[in-house]
Each structure stands twice: as structure tokens, then as C-alpha cells.
Design a protein around this ligand. Structure first.
Ligand code: PLP
Length: 445
């Protein structure tokens, strides 16, 4: 398209770099979702709320490493925390127990009252995998249920119906289990039940039928971080899983610290059995956390039995490394200073209101959706409550908007959500609204 033509001409260095990267890095990217046409931008540098690419263009960053950087790039409190680790502990990893682990556990227990015990991992993927393993061990059951369109990381049990095509996803009230990747054994498809989000009657029917097989239901309380579960749906889900002996797992990798400091569980007032955290909790460094009921976490305690076969295995070279914990603690503590988080939410609303106002003015059918410090830009007027509703989006319009926004110095990655950071101040919000105005004006022509 002409947007792509213009994009290409403006970025000769990114284009050349991608050509080279493709020769050695599969597809030129370290993660399939990082690719978009005609080639992804290569970044050289970042500071505060800004990204700088190889060709010297600056962008206000709304990707923020997929939402992980709640304080923006290179925040002084994070820098200082990492420096202190180097100076005082003298290492980036003990591979052993050290005091910051308990500090983080205590900090988390304060914000997430459902965390009676925790274990640290290195990614969100590992956190959801381990949470599911605990649930299967505890219940002795072999199947799990997840919701259509929900992402829980790149492991086999949950790489099912994340982004299924309409010709394969089956009936709305009993969605098919559609593989997301080549190379996943059929076992996982057969042991992963798919539920329709925000459709309570259908969920109740499926879960009741499968109760003897279902160890756990895992859910993104807000799908992709921005499509909220109905409050009643969430309450029903808690009650039914309790009644049927199914472990309820909240995947708060995106919603943790972003929807509210206490995550979606605070927002809904619903207590899951287990939760997975990631992204923000590492302050920009790799991390994952599983927290929840003692009776479940205890399954992995080596004190439980001398017989290894009676203990759930959990391990990881860099688990609980001091760099991730120090950066995460600095981030979480900074955000708890009076007014900080509220001000960030307020700026997010200011930006969203501004986008709505401009959309009206330029008659572009765009709305935003989200809670707290994340939102998405939708190109439909229809109500969106789950994966299938997203079919109403006009993707070509959203893509055109994304390429225009990049042209005017705003980056969220095509078709991606927008996350804000503490570094997004009035100047960045104004720059973003100016970019939206120019983009809407171009789309209106
Ligand atoms: N769960 C959710 C809700 C996520 O958004 C993600 C990552 O985007 C993950 C799990 C996986 O986390 P990671 O990419 O750290 O493995």
C-alpha cells in the first residue's frame, strides 16, 4: 500500500538492517509477534517515554516492551536500584536464596492479599505453566480450560485458540480447540477445553459437563488487558469453580499493576486460587510470579516429602535474581507514593478523551477501550465483549491509522494495545494527540 511505500522510503537503515538480520535470525525477529509489514522498525535507543530508531526518528512509546515498563525507559529509581545491587550484592544472580526475595514476597502479599505464598520465575510463560502444573497436581485431574482469544504465554497447554480463524473456531457456545502453532502434540489440544468469554450460560454448561476432568480454569480477567470480564461473570466464575472443585487461575501478567496496583483481583474484588504475574513486577527485567493459596503452593515445597515423586517440580537458574527483584521493587514502591498511580490513570483518560474528541471531529469511526493504564483503539462501533466480537473491527482502517501514527512519531506496533508509563507527561500526551489529529485528518481525506 502507499502507507507502506512511504514507510519504507523513510527508513532505509531499518530496511537494510532487517535484510541482514533475516539471514541469521529466523524471520529477522525474536518473537513472531514482533514482525509486521513491510519490515519492523529497528530501534537504537530509548529514554523516558521515547524510542529512537536507526534512521533517527523519535516516537512516543506505547508498546513499552509489551506493557512491562510502567515507569518508562531508564527511570532513575530503577537505575539506582540496579546500581545498588551491583555495589552491595556484587552480583546479578546468586542462583540461591537472598534477602530481596523475601522483600518482594512481602511487598506482593501487601498488594495482592490472595498471595499466601509465592514462587518466582523468569517469564509470564513459566508462571502460567507452573500455576497449571500446581493445579493439576493438587486436583489429580488432567484437563484445563481457557478462554477463546486469551493469551497465557508460548507453552503447549495454552497455545490453543488464542487467535483462531473463523472457519475453524466452531459454535460460539462450544468453541473448538484450535492449535495456535505447528509442533504441539495433539495431547494438549485434547486436554485443553475452550470457553467463550463473557457468555456465562455456555461456560456453566461446559464446565459442569467437564468438571471431573478440569483441574483449572485460567483466565485473563481483562482479555488482552483491555476487554473486561463482566462483574457478574467474574463472580459466577469464582462461585462455580469453587463448587465444582476446579482451581481458578487469574493470569494478571498484563493487568497486574496496570488495571490497579492490586491488579484485576482488586478491581473485581474476586479472590483467585492462583495468580500469574509478569512484566511490570520485574521493573523492565525478566520475571514471572506465581502467587496464591498455601495449600496449592505447598505442593512444590521440598519440605513436603523426602520422596521427589510426591513434590511438584519447579526450578530455574535465574529465578528470583536480584536485578529483576530490585528493579521490580523500586517500580512498585515508587508507584505507591501518594498520587502517582492515580495521576498516571488520569493522564491515560486524558489521552483517551482527546482521541475520542478528535475522532468525532474528523468523523473517523474509532473508539478506545480499557481500564487503568492500558487501552486499545478499536475500529468498530459495535460492542466488544470477547474474541468473536473483535471480528467487527475494520483492520485495514486500524492498520492505516497505525502507519500514519508511526509517520507522526507515535509507536504502539501495528494492531497492538497502548500502555502508558510514568514518563508520559503532558508534552508526550500533546505530541500524541497532535499525531492522532494529523492521522485522522489524512484518513478523512
Ligand atoms: N500471560 C499474559 C496475559 C501475557 O500478556 C503474556 C505476555 O504477553 C504472558 C502470559 C507471557 O509472558 P512472557 O511473555 O513473559 O512469557
Amino acid at each position: 500500500s502507499s502507507f507502506q511505500q512511504h514507510y519504507r522510503e523513510k527508513r532505509p537503515k531499518s530496511a537494510a538492517f532487517f535484510e541482514q538480520a533475516q539471514m541469521l535470525i529466523a524471520g529477522g525477529v525474536n518473537g513472531n509477534l514482533r514482525y509486521y509489514q513491510p519490515f519492523p522498525i529497528t530501534f537504537a535507543q530509548a529514554r523516558d517515554a521515547w524510542l529512537y530508531d536507526l534512521d533517527g526518528h523519535a516516537y512516543v512509546d506505547y508498546l513499552l516492551s509489551y506493557g512491562a515498563l510502567l515507569l518508562g525507559h531508564g527511570h532513575p529509581v530503577v537505575q539506582k536500584a540496579i546500581q545498588q545491587v551491583w555495589e552491595q550484592q556484587g552480583t546479578s544472580s546468586f542462583g540461591a536464596t537472598h534477602p530481596l526475595e523475601l522483600e518482594m514476597a512481602q511487598e506482593l502479599a501487601g498488594l495482592y492479599p490472595s498471595f499466601e505464598e509465592v514462587r518466582f520465575t523468569n517469564s509470564g510463560l513459566e508462571a502460567t505453566l507452573f500455576a497449571l502444573r500446581l493445579a493439576m497436581a493438587y486436583t489429580g485431574k488432567t484437563h484445563i480450560a481457557k478462554f477463546e482469544g486469551h493469551y497465557h504465554g508460548a507453552h503447549d497447554h495454552v497455545l490453543v485458540s488464542v487467535n483462531p480463524t473463523f472457519d475453524r473456531f466452531g459454535d460460539q457456545t462450544s468453541p473448538a480447540s484450535v492449535p495456535e502453532s505447528l509442533g504441539t502434540p495433539d495431547y494438549y489440544l485434547q486436554h485443553t477445553v475452550v470457553l467463550p468469554f463473557n457468555d456465562w450460560d455456555a461456560c456453566e454448561k461446559i464446565m459442569t459437563e467437564k468438571k471431573d476432568q478440569l483441574a483449572a480454569v485460567i483466565v485473563e480477567p481483562m482479555q488482552s488487558g483491555y476487554i473486561p470480564a463482566d462483574r457478574q461473570f467474574m463472580k459466577n466464575l469464582r462461585q462455580l469453580t469453587d463448587n465444582l472443585g476446579i482451581i481458578l487461575i487469574f493470569d494478571e501478567v498484563k493487568t497486574g499493576f496496570r488495571v490497579s496496583l492490586g491488579g484485576a483481583q482488586d478491581y473485581y474484588g474476586v479472590t483467585p486460587d492462583l495468580s500469574a504475574l509478569g512484566k511490570v513486577v520485574g521493573g523492565g527485567f525478566p520475571i514471572g510470579v506465581v502467587g496464591g493459596k498455601r495449600r496449592l503452593l505447598e505442593m512444590c515445597s521440598p519440605l513436603r516429602s523426602r520422596n521427589r515423586q510426591e513434590v511438584v517440580f519447579h526450578s530455574g537458574t535465574f529465578n528470583g535474581n536480584p536485578i529483576s527483584l530490585a528493579a521490580g521493587l523500586a517500580t512498585i514502591r515508587y508507584l505507591q507514593e501518594p498520587g502517582r498511580f492515580a495521576s498516571l490513570v488520569q493522564r491515560t483518560h486524558q489521552l483517551r478523551d482527546g482521541i475520542h474528541e478528535l475522532a468525532r471531529q474528523y468523523r473517523v469511526p474509532v473508539k478506545t477501550m480499557g481500564v487503568g493504564t492500558i487501552f486499545n483503539v478499536l475500529t468498530t462501533e459495535a460492542e466488544v465483549r470477547n474474541y468473536r466480537d473483535l471480528g467487527a473491527n475494520r483492520h485495514e482502517l486500524r492498520l492505516a491509522l497505525d502507519y500514519l501514527l508511526m509517520d507522526h512519531g507515535v509507536y504502539s506496533k501495528p494492531l497492538n494495545r497502548f500502555s502508558l508509563s510514568d514518563a508520559h507527561g503532558p508534552a508526550e500526551i500533546q505530541a500524541t494527540l497532535d499525531a492522532f489529529e494529523k492521522s485522522f485528518a489524512a484518513l478523512g481525506q
